[in-house]
Design a protein around this ligand. Structure first.
Ligand SMILES: NC(=O)c1ccc[n+]([C@@H]2O[C@H](COP(=O)([O-])OP(=O)(O)OC[C@H]3O[C@@H](n4cnc5c(N)ncnc54)[C@H](O)[C@@H]3O)[C@@H](O)[C@H]2O)c1
Length: 395
């Protein structure tokens, strides 16, 4: 759960306290506030900063990174951007460099970047002397709305994504929404699609505000971004408060992700980097989930219509990409990572389904429902046929 928290002294930052299980940390955010963030970091009186970032950000924001350190001796650990950074070899290299540079238990690791530098920095901070302080400065919407609100820190193995990791809490998070201005549009849209998920599955009270953002069309304005952070912090925190490991109530955050992930994987196999953005895929996954709920009589025509209104308002074409085959999506869905949460029932996949906006159906105490392959196929067929308008539901 997030609650108001006093801002750090002498800053105009907005502040929330994040509570996840036993862990608690402040999240401060504002616009054009790098010097306030630097001031707050200095108040932690570190003997050294270890800044973990990527080469793209170093090029774009080298002077902001320098400003964050101010007079504190700092070592910057950078690497070409992307998942190739989330590896054991990069982690080992960064650990050695930090130790050779004289990092101590009083040092602070600062992640400056998206989810990738954030995850790597989290693991690095957890491993140095069995745990030094960690501060996140997220620069992507995914990091600011999602990864820094989770204790999960992981890198990839040769076998798969996020296979090597731990749970570790930051000392604090500081976000400056001005840094999001240089994000590619598809990243910003992905953030808004995740917010659409929060509104539909957790917080329908925020739908009108999202409609206003869509009507205004200014997705990158500081006001929109400040709301986006505030509302997503509230939504995510409300379901992870008592779910440290995100294996209980937090699973509702997977709304749209079962089919969405599968569409993303299939499209990237077919079209490489030209494949749909993560947020677009999740939006399509939510439409499919809404059709499954509707077919069960759980969502009304109007509620499915709200899904289409929001998704298309965010510029997502509500149609399965032509490069994606339904059979391939079904194959990927069969291996979804939520398999195992419910008692195994042959031919079913655990799904987050809604019984109304903001009302996930539960089974076995989890916000999951077993769904048959036939139901998933029927929903995908509706999306494959659909035009830019909501199809007649019930088909
Ligand atoms: N721990 C968790 O719970 C959790 C949750 C969500 C995602 N993740 C992880 O996060 C990663 C994805 O995060 P991401 O999308 O932020 O990836 P990322 O960190 O690779 O950033 C994406 C790209 O955007 C660039 N970039 C970052 N900030 C920018 C800015 N302000 N302006 C311009 N370009 C900028 C980066 O250089 C990079 O090229 C994945 O590895 C995923 O596993 C973890």
């Amino acid at each position: 759960m997030a609650s108001d928290s006093p801002p750090p002294p002498n800053t105009g930052l907005r502040s929330r306290t994040i509570r996840i299980g036993e862990q608690e940390f402040p999240y401060h955010f504002g616009s054009d506030c790098i010097s306030e963030i630097a001031h707050a970091i200095a108040e932690l009186t570190p003997d050294k900063l270890i800044v973990v970032t990527d080469d793209r950000l170093l090029e774009l924001y080298g002077s902001e990174i320098e400003c964050l350190a101010g007079a504190i001796p700092a070592v910057t650990l950078s690497h070409p951007a992307g998942e190739s950074m989330k590896t054991l070899s990069c982690l080992a290299e960064h650990l050695e460099t930090a130790l050779r540079a004289g990092v101590t238990r009083r040092s602070v690791v600062v992640s400056f970047g998206g989810g990738v530098p954030g995850n790597l920095a989290g693991l690095l901070a957890n491993l140095l002397f069995r745990g030094v302080r960690l501060v996140h400065v997220p620069t992507t919407t995914i990091a600011a709305m999602d990864s820094v609100l989770s204790l999960k820190q992981a890198i990839n193995s040769g076998v798969g994504k996020n296979h090597i990791g731990t749970f570790y809490a930051p000392t604090a998070v500081y976000a400056d929404v001005r840094l999001f201005a240089t994000l590619p549009e598809r990243e910003l849209r992905s953030g808004l699609c995740e917010m659409a998920k929060n509104c539909l599955a957790i917080q329908p009270s925020e739908l009108d505000r999202l409609r206003a953002v869509i009507a205004g069309g200014e997705f990158a304005s500081p006001n929109t971004l400040m709301w986006l952070l505030d509302a997503s912090i509230a939504a995510k925190s409300s379901v992870t408060r008592y779910d440290t490991f995100e294996r209980g109530t937090g699973l509702v955050l997977e709304y749209g992700h079962t089919i969405g992930h599968a569409i993303e994987i299939c499209d990237h196999r077919a079209r490489g980097a030209a494949g749909v953005a993560h947020g677009t895929a999740i939006a399509l996954g939510m439409l499919a989930a809404a059709h499954i709920s509707h077919a069960r009589g759980w969502l009304s025509d109007d509620e499915v219509g709200v899904h289409y209104e929001i998704v298309t308002g965010l510029g997502v074409e509500p149609r399965l990409p032509g490069s994606v085959r339904i059979a391939d999506v079904l194959d990927v869905v069969a291996n979804d990572n939520k398999q195992g949460y419910l008692e195994s029932r042959t031919g079913t996949v655990p799904f987050v389904l809604l019984r109304g906006l903001g009302r996930p159906e539960t089974s076995g105490g989890l916000p999951l429902t077993p769904v048959s392959t036939a139901e998933i196929r029927a929903a995908l067929e509706v999306i494959a046929r659909s035009s830019t308008a909501a199809p007649a539901v019930g088909v």
